[in-house]
Design a protein around this ligand. Sequence first.
Ligand code: F6P
Length: 556
Amino acid sequence: MPTDLHAWNALLQHHDTIRDTPMREWFDKGNDNGDADRRVSTFSVEAAGLYLDFSKNRITQETFDLLMRLAEEAGVPCRREAMFAGEHINATEDRAALHVALRALPDAPFRVDGTSVMPGIHDVLRRMQSFSERVRSGQWTGYTGETITDVVNIGIGGSDLGPRMVCRALAHLADRVGPRMHFVSNVDGTELAETLVRLNPARTLVIVCSKTFTTLETMANACSMREWFLANGVAEHQLACHFVAVSTNTEAVRKFGIDPANMFEFWDWIGGRFSLWSSVGLSIALAVGFDAFEDLLRGGRAMDDHFRTAPLAQNMPVIMAMLGIWYRNFFNMPTSCMAPYSTSLELFPAFLQQLEMESNGKSVQLDGRRVRSHTSPVVWGTAGTNGQHAYFQMIHQGSQIVPVDFVAPLVPPRSLPGHHAKLLANCFAQAEALMRGRSTEELHAAGITDPARVPHMVFEGNRPSNTLLMEDLTPHVLGALIALYEHRTFVQGVIWNINSFDQWGVELGKILARPIEGELKGDSVADTAGAHDASTRALIARAREVLSRQTSVPSN
Ligand code: F6P
């Protein structure tokens, strides 16, 4: 149990001594003698094109040392090696979690169950390269011989969030050569229907992207997409030039009607939320070109090298993970906010939600015993400055403290004169305001003395944040950023002694939905077995009543 570790208990005691110390003391008092500057240089680290300033955290050198000791005692170095060695660290599914191999050089020694995985990975990469180049150059055409102008990625969860986020982040690199990308994930037909109205079937290519090729949402959307082609003049035998698949399940791909020759393989030792580096990234290669995709892989690899070799105390993913542990487990902060100051990174918080919450939202340890500490916080956020005008009020003055990660490219991917300085100024100012706060004395000194207002205008401050900067938002640095958060998630899972690579918590709802769907469609009598609770029974009855009044009941 992590809570039994010596360092955990030392941290508990240390927390008692530090928990009320205002961070601004360390900055204000140290301003004259250079201590504050030293704090910044001590509590900052650079790796793979990213600069992390973590000085605005509620830590002293002692805290930091204890956190690193906890990482050591919890076995982070050992578990990290087990991951890179392809051991079955995903114990409940008896699999390796070897996404790092996807971004490794061809001669890297990665093996799963004794067999090198590198030839397979690079074979698929070459096929992705050739396919994406054929589509982008116009050699791959639709059934009329016209070039492809639009690509629809149908997938959900890890088969959607990662590539969707990367395509959005690198949209500034999408040239006129590449097709327009569309992502459809929700089984709510509105999403697909609204996408289809913008598309010409003769010039549309579909990627059905699903690790299992059984996911309800993806299969429903893929079937509707096929119907749309057929209803719009494409014959069954012509569908081949409009559908490709990304999956681990060849048989299901064949059964759906996609020739396995048009399937891009990946493997069960890659978790869905860690899969954008595999053929799941085909949409990325199509949108911005294969060279950019390879650069993304190189960036991920640079972070892997750093994670694997840097001492814990200089290791960016480890440091970020341990700061998260400090707030989640010792300060009991239940949420954490991702605030990218970049519209290009606006989907990063959504990607991170799956990465962190599906990986570490668990209550049972690897040994089957219940965890005794809190695990994943609620992860949330949106792009700055929009968040400032929505929920930052709560982050500054709310009754719960929310640690924030600010992420900002110093050079804008696209900009209009004067905009970027305003954006960055706001990013830095938020972190400063959260740390410093504003006292009654400062308000008085500024001539604000109205007692009816002053208490409302005080900011307690002492609210922690990290600031992560990059020069340009290149594919390389984006790759490093994603890998950073992957490894941070993994390290936290090690501390909590949980399996970050399974997701049993998504099963039950899926199972219960099946009979309910039958009842809603009228295929089965409502609750024949009396299986539902009274509330669910009443909800189904209400929906059935409304659906029965519709002229046509939706069939899928
Ligand atoms: O429902 C959760 C989940 O299994 C995710 O872990 C996964 O990324 C997503 O569904 C999609 O799964 P698939 O790629 O098999 O369609």
